[in-house]
Design a protein around this ligand. Structure first.
Ligand code: 6PG
Length: 211
């Protein structure tokens, strides 16, 4: 599976690191990749890998060889090339083949970005590269990110959104219809696209009598 950063997944990571989930999760059969990473040292509080390590990886029996961090602090472009090579090797890809992650966990920003694919960014047009070095978002650091072709080739995609600040963007994205927001462009060919939201994030969607 490929994990996103930001704050939303952290509570899920805490739950995964406690029983009964801790004992029941198939850690030895799970390989963890990242959806995106800020190009900062792993011990920087903005590091997605660093935060996931502290809250989850250091607390669960996942083999070290099953953990595939994005390393891009020194040289983002080279980091994106290296990560693409690692993905191609792990999935034994040739030519234009795309990796098919079993599960990609995504968050969504208030502006509709997901991964580190921001509105009106060049990354939205990428059709060939699996991983790109990009700028944008908060914190204002260079990042590397999986691209839409990879996200849309996943067997399953799970978005998570919590809190009132995500209510407007969630309602806008799931309303359907033409939408150029990056999160709305995640439409996996598998059709296995799920949203896990709390009541606050769903409040506008629900107020429209969606159910
Ligand atoms: C990142 C994330 C990013 C995140 C959204 C939502 O590295 O910033 O991958 O795409 O999922 O920005 O962030 P929150 O969960 O903190 O609201």
């Amino acid at each position: 599976m490929a994990l996103s950063g930001g704050s939303t997944p952290l509570q899920m990571f805490r739950l995964l690191a406690t029983d009964p989930r801790l004992s029941n999760f198939p850690w030895h059969h799970t390989h963890l990749f990242w959806v995106d990473e800020r190009c900062v040292p792993f011990d920087d509080s903005n590091s997605n890998f660093g935060n996931t390590s502290t809250i989850l990886l250091e607390k669960v029996p996942i083999p070290g060889k099953n953990i595939h961090p994005m390393s891009c602090y020194e040289n983002p472009e080279q980091g994106s090339i290296n990560y693409e090579k690692e993905i191609r090797s792990f999935f034994n890809l040739s030519g234009k083949e795309l990796p098919s992650f079993d599960l990609i966990l995504l968050g969504v920003g208030k502006d509709g970005h997901t991964a580190s694919i921001f509105p009106e960014s060049m990354a939205l047009e990428e059709k060939k590269r699996l991983v790109l070095a990009v700028t944008g978002g908060e914190p204002q650091v260079t990042r590397i990110t999986l691209t839409l072709p990879v996200l849309n080739n996943a067997k399953q995609v799970l978005f998570m959104a919590t809190g009132k600040e995500k209510a407007e963007i969630f309602a806008q994205i799931v309303a359907g219809g033409p939408c150029e927001l990056p999160a709305a462009m995640v439409r996996p060919a598998s059709k296995a696209l799920f949203w896990m939201v709390d009541r606050e994030a769903a409040s506008i969607f629900l107020s429209k009598g969606a159910f």
